[in-house]
Design a protein around this ligand. Structure first.
Ligand SMILES: [Zn+2]
Length: 229
């Protein structure tokens, strides 16, 4: 019997599940992601497989990072423990079963195209708005990775620099090396940056809702809402 063990690995946690041939998910488990040491990361993955009986015959991993299509070497900004590692080869050697690794946005798009909202559609684009702005493109049921695996990464193009500069928001240099990427503004991190920039521009605006704070003060001082008693 074949057992597929599936992992979704992000900057904060490793999620495990067993996936049946019909797409059913069972045996869920979670561990915090070890960030810095490769051995800790490898052992965390192995422990989740072992906790499920150790019978996995193949392993699929979706990770918040990229693997070079030519060399297979991983790069993950939020999981530096895997940087410079050939994840498929090294985890396969450690666990004794075939391992396939994909970018999490690509895996999300492929899953939606196969068994989700895009099932049966000829072209599916999966868009993620989370810690970062990511995405993946599936055409005819097959993942399109493109040169250097960046197809579908709509968060990285210098498309919003002029628009944000015109509104007095600083133009931010993105972690990818470009300037003014959508990822720098439209992601959760980006919104925090915009908030911080606006706070610096209007430092005297109250932190909480001004009107609400005034109403509360008014009630305490007996100036609002006449009492019925
Ligand atoms: Zn970028």
């Amino acid at each position: 019997m074949s057992i597929t063990a599936a992992f979704d690995i992000g900057g904060s946690k490793i999620e495990y599940a067993r996936v049946g041939r019909d797409g059913t998910v069972s045996h869920r488990a979670t561990l915090p992601t070890p960030h810095t040491r490769w051995a800790d990361f490898r052992d965390a993955v192995a422990s989740l497989v072992a906790a499920d009986g150790g019978g996995a015959t193949r392993i699929g991993i979706s990770i918040a990072g990229t693997t070079d299509s030519a060399t297979g070497i991983a790069q993950a900004a939020n999981v530096p423990a895997v940087n410079g590692r050939h994840l498929e080869n090294e985890l396969s050697a450690a666990l004794g079963v075939p391992v396939r690794v994909g970018n999490d946005a690509d895996c999300f798009a492929l899953a939606e195209a196969t068994v989700g909202a895009g099932h049966g559609m000829p072209i599916v684009f999966g868009a993620i708005l989370g810690t970062g702005v990511g995405g993946g493109l599936v055409i005819g049921g097959r993942m399109v990775r493109g040169a250097h695996g960046v197809t579908g990464e709509w968060g990285h193009g210098p498309i919003v620099a002029e628009a944000v500069a015109a509104r007095g928001i600083p133009v931010i240099r993105c972690g990818c090396g470009q300037t003014g990427c959508l990822d720098s503004y439209g992601s959760a991190r980006g919104m925090e940056r915009i908030h911080a920039a606006l706070r610096r521009r209007n430092p005297h605006q109250p932190r909480d809702h001004g009107g609400l704070a005034r109403r509360r003060r008014g009630r305490r001082n007996g100036r609002s809402r006449p009492s019925s008693s």
